[in-house]
Design a protein around this ligand. Structure first.
Ligand code: GLU
Length: 609
């Protein structure tokens, strides 16, 4: 069923009309950006087309704030920081200054892509046995709601670093709209209610968390206004003192004291293991500026995040594999078969080779080489699915033929939620930024009086070697960053912006980005359409996740007939992206349904009708 194999790819030469329509915007005013009324954002729309800049996120309030920054002359980095700070208010279970993330930036003037790794790190005292108790690994659930799972947060420093390098507004100015939003509140929707309800038990263990998110002991009702004055005060403190307040000041001391002595309601009986995060760990934390991953996919330059995330190398390797197939002319089921197989293979290699490069020798260039991809692509049969777990290849020695060697490493437990935003400005600069506190609700520990949740990112480490006797690049270590799947992506055509996207969803982030990207590039769907199609996800597991709308389809039957086994996954990912249209307009695209629907907006909408 495999699609026709292709020879070497050729570069597309479609001319670009990028910023002509975007540059006609007025010069920046001297005043700071202001937020739209917090409780009454513009109605959510999954698509918006126009000029002057664009924002796509999951939250109407956060998107509105990003658009206001762009409208007042801020650039994409300014708007991304303001949007991210607002997501800390409206998406507190998925992001915020208690967590971390990966920031990808396209600088239109320099035609260059830069990245920041703002991943959380383990304390200096962490060992490979961080999650062992009496020699046995902790149950995942026991580790999540604890001080032990909390890594040094990276988000606030990421925002400051991005602004220092590429921004045009002050950190303080850009926190202000989110501070006001936290003060005024936002209207609780079904998604926020449901996420709270899903965490009700563990939020109840911690009095500060219960007080904030379970008013009267219950999740906030849909339609009520949720205010977070403590977070507003925390943002004010950060605005006054800068990130030093968190990495060397009072906020930091509050973080470490809660991690070391979790404040649990004794009546709950919950054993919240303490962590060893110290003020020295916070002071030592540095966001890492590093080169993006880059692959050539059908003449497009696809940029992603290098390790410590596995996003860029895994999406990149899968694209290199798919480079050898003609997906544009394949039948629908042929295309999907090749997509699943490329992902299966890339995950086999990810699991064996990718971890924090400061601690393990990650063969990033090898994983991204076309030669290695060719040595893996030839495993794909048109008439049958590969069997998982599939053994990894060796990117250091790709060899000439089809190679799998060693012992397969399964894809280990990962959370399922975080959040993503994409921003483009009138000058053609673009940010693709995925941020998280890991699990929906993170560690479930709100710092008393501070209004934000601490992450449980360290549970992204493997608690024990994934396969006994096989080197595991993702064991805990002192100051180490756990392997991520976050895949903020920017795609250029002839050195200029073409489209950008990203998604939440734990390890399904990688497959979501891969599927949306290939649906768009190969199957001719607009980004908006590509985001909407039913998703399937293969991560070197014996079963392939599939959304309900896919199960029972003709494609599902065709793939089942050649050996694929599907398992229901109610919802895979929640993508948000922006594409440049051939006429120079920007089209922002978000989810129509998943995660309650996303919010896409542009500064100057195109006339309708
Ligand atoms: N912790 C996950 C990662 O870094 C992201 C959170 C999620 O989407 O589950 O890959």
């Amino acid at each position: 069923m495999s699609a026709r194999r292709l020879g070497p790819t050729t570069r597309l030469v479609t001319p670009l009309l990028l910023v002509s329509a975007l540059t006609a915007f007025a010069p920046p005013p001297a005043t700071a950006p202001t937020a739209a009324p917090a409780a009454t954002p513009a109605p959510k729309s999954a698509e918006a087309t126009g000029t002057g800049g664009a924002v796509a996120s999951v939250s109407a309030e956060a998107t509105d704030i990003g658009i206001a920054v762009l409208r007042h002359g801020g650039n994409a980095v300014d708007a991304a920081v303001a949007t991210a700070a607002a997501l800390g208010v409206t998406e507190p279970y998925s992001s915020g200054i208690g967590g971390g993330g990966y920031f990808v930036y396209y600088d239109a003037r320099r035609h260059q892509v830069f990245t920041l790794d703002g991943r959380e790190t383990a304390p200096a005292t962490a060992t490979s046995g961080l999650f062992l108790e009496n020699g046995k690994p902790l149950a995942f659930g026991d580790a999540v709601s604890s001080g032990l799972s909390v890594g040094v947060p990276g988000s606030a420093q990421t925002w400051q670093e991005a602004l220092d390098r590429w921004g045009s507004r002050s950190f303080a100015d850009l926190l202000r709209p989110a501070e006001r939003l936290a003060e005024k509140g936002f209207v609780v929707d079904q998604t926020f209610h449901d996420q709270t309800a899903a965490n009700q038990t563990r939020f109840g263990y911690f009095p500060a968390t219960r007080a904030l998110f379970l008013p009267g002991g219950q999740p906030p009702t849909v339609g009520s206004v949720f205010r977070n004055p403590d977070l507003a005060a925390t943002y004010r403190e950060l605005a006054r003192q800068g990130t030093a307040a968190l990495y060397r000041g009072d906020i930091g001391r509050d973080i470490t004291s809660l991690v070391q002595r979790p404040q649990v309601d004794p009546a709950s009986g919950w054993n919240a293991r303490p962590g060893q995060l110290s003020t020295a760990d916070l002071a030592a934390y540095r966001v890492r500026a590093q080169a993006p991953t880059e692959v050539d996919y059908r003449g497009l330059d696809v940029y992603g995040i290098a390790p410590s995330s596995s996003g860029g190398t895994t999406v990149g390797e899968a694209l290199n594999i798919l480079n050898t197939f003609d997906l544009a002319h394949a039948s629908s089921s042929q295309y999907l078969h090749d997509y699943l197989e490329a992902s299966r293979i890339a995950f086999a290699d990810r699991n064996r080779w990718v971890g924090d490069p400061r601690f393990v020798d990650v063969p990033t260039q090898g994983l991204l080489s076309q030669r290695f991809a060719d040595s893996r692509a030839c495993l794909i049969s048109p008439t049958s699915s590969l069997t998982s777990p599939l053994a990894p290849g060796d990117p250091n020695n790709p060899g000439a033929g089809c190679v799998s060697s060693g012992t397969p490493a399964p894809t280990t437990t990962e959370g399922t939620h975080t959040t993503h935003l994409t921003v483009a400005d009138r000058w053609g600069d673009v940010v693709s930024y995925t941020l998280t506190i890991e699990q929906t609700g993170g560690s479930a520990m709100v710092i008393p009086g501070r209004g934000f949740l601490l992450n449980n990112e360290l549970t992204d480490f493997d608690f024990t070697p994934a396969v006994a006797g096989v080197p595991d690049p993702n064991l805990p270590g002192p100051g180490k960053r756990p392997r991520s799947s976050m895949s903020p992506t920017i795609v250029l055509k002839d050195g200029r912006f073409d489209f950008a996207l990203g998604s939440p969803g734990g390890s399904t982030i990688i497959t979501t980005v891969l599927q949306v990207l290939t649906e768009h590039v190969d199957r001719g769907l607009s980004l908006e359409q590509a985001i909407a199609v039913p998703r399937i996800s293969q991560r070197n597991r014996s079963v392939t996740d599939a959304e309900p709308a896919f199960l029972g389809s003709a494609d599902a039957q065709a793939l089942t007939a050649i050996g694929e086994t599907f398992t229901l996954n109610p919802e895979i990912g929640a993508a948000a992206g922006i594409q440049l249209l051939p006429d120079g307009q920007l089209q922002a695209a978000a989810e129509p349904v998943r995660r309650g629907g996303g919010a896409a907006a542009v500064v100057d909408p195109a006339p309708t009708g």
